[in-house]
Design a protein around this ligand. Sequence first.
Ligand SMILES: Cc1cc2nc3c(=O)[nH]c(=O)nc-3n(C[C@H](O)[C@H](O)[C@H](O)COP(=O)(O)OP(=O)(O)OC[C@H]3O[C@@H](n4cnc5c(N)ncnc54)[C@H](O)[C@@H]3O)c2cc1C
Length: 431
Amino acid sequence: MRIVVLGGGFAGMEAVRVLERGLRTRTDVELLVVSDRNYLLFTPLLPQVASSMVEPRHIIQPLRDIRGARRFRFRRDTVESIDFAGRRVLMAEGSVRYDRLVIAMGGVTPTFNIPGVAEHALGYKWLDDAIVLRDHIIDLAEHADHEPDPDVRRRLLTVCVVGGGYTGVELIAELEDLFHAYIVPRYRGIGPGDYRLLVIEAGAEILRGVHPTLAERARRKLWHEGIEIRTGTRVTRVMQGAVEAGGEVIPVGLTVWAAGVVGHPTLAHIEAERDRLGRLLTLPTMQLKAHPDVYGAGDAVAVEGKPDASIPIIPAALAHGRLAAENILAELQGRALGTIDFAPQGMLVSLGERDAVVEVGGVRFSGYAAWLFWNALHLWKLVGFRKQLQVAVDWGLAQFFPRDTAIMRRPSRCLACAHRPEAARLPGEAA
Ligand SMILES: Cc1cc2nc3c(=O)[nH]c(=O)nc-3n(C[C@H](O)[C@H](O)[C@H](O)COP(=O)(O)OP(=O)(O)OC[C@H]3O[C@@H](n4cnc5c(N)ncnc54)[C@H](O)[C@@H]3O)c2cc1C
């Protein structure tokens, strides 16, 4: 018998952990994980990679190293489709048969077919996104540093984050720290008034899902730092060097797209029911409707009739993965299947160094204590002692040493080109 898990994220690896434990004595059952990335990414620390606080490799754990990879086999491949009738997963480099399948391939950030998003905005979901974002921001600072025209300088240093959920808010707060604590003091051509940070949110409020008093506290803190927040404003076009929002064209140096989560596009063509966000619909047992041998978990799915259990956050993904695995084990042992019982226990939003808002088990607090709690919890949740140590050292070093802002990659396209084509061409590039 073969159990195949698609996706090496939180949901997939939690399913693997539970299956490994339950199958210790079952040598007749093969466990295979297929993922296009060979590491688990700890997304809560992505903003700190973008702001150069934490080294990129410190927030990922190679899948083969997780608990010594005792039982499962790993295949790095890209899933292209699923043949439910033939019980086969079709991948870029072949296909594999399954007896039970767990789909845990996560979601993607929707563009809502808004013109220019794919071409001119940077994504913010994967580790590579955070690295590219960091390099671009530093690249813009390098250009702005010797830009004599103050208007062009400010335009270069305008970063617009589209999406006022917790990912957008945490990112903008980290970028404020980067500009305020590192770029302004060290780039002599850049003054405190030369940069502009902006969040655009289509909904009425930022931080939807966070308790209103904490969301308001976060909003005041960002406003106090000079970060502009435009709520109830839709972005209608992204251009090189500008975004069009609420009928106004806003000059920007960089647009970052962080506008929610929808179902995985690879799964858009398979025969299965979906919710309005394109996520696969599962029963409360985590089985796909009409496919009892296939389970779904994490951001890729929504549980029918259970909105609380369908929020795209790590605790929900872990709960899905755990239950999917427990139910597969229950099937093997002829037991009754369990149903999902999950509601978020709280929310933690970092607001940069030394500030956060936290709600845990009905207790709400903010400020330095909340920031310490945020750090401690995320350090504890990081997979592996080595990674915990590396991140703790990064945080410690950041208290005494400047951030490392070396540009690691030569940008493939220079974002400053929109403003001064002749000045921003990269060395060796043709006119
Ligand atoms: C910037 C950012 C910050 C976040 N911060 C928080 C936070 O602080 N707290 C919180 O609770 N949640 C946070 N989240 C949300 C959280 O990361 C997700 O809810 C969680 O990762 C979902 O887990 P998952 O396993 O469903 O998907 P993922 O973690 O996205 O894993 C999906 C896996 O599937 C693989 N995959 C995808 N497509 C294919 C394919 N075609 N073939 C093979 N493999 C494939 C991927 O490589 C990946 O390994 C954040 C998200 C982002 C983007």
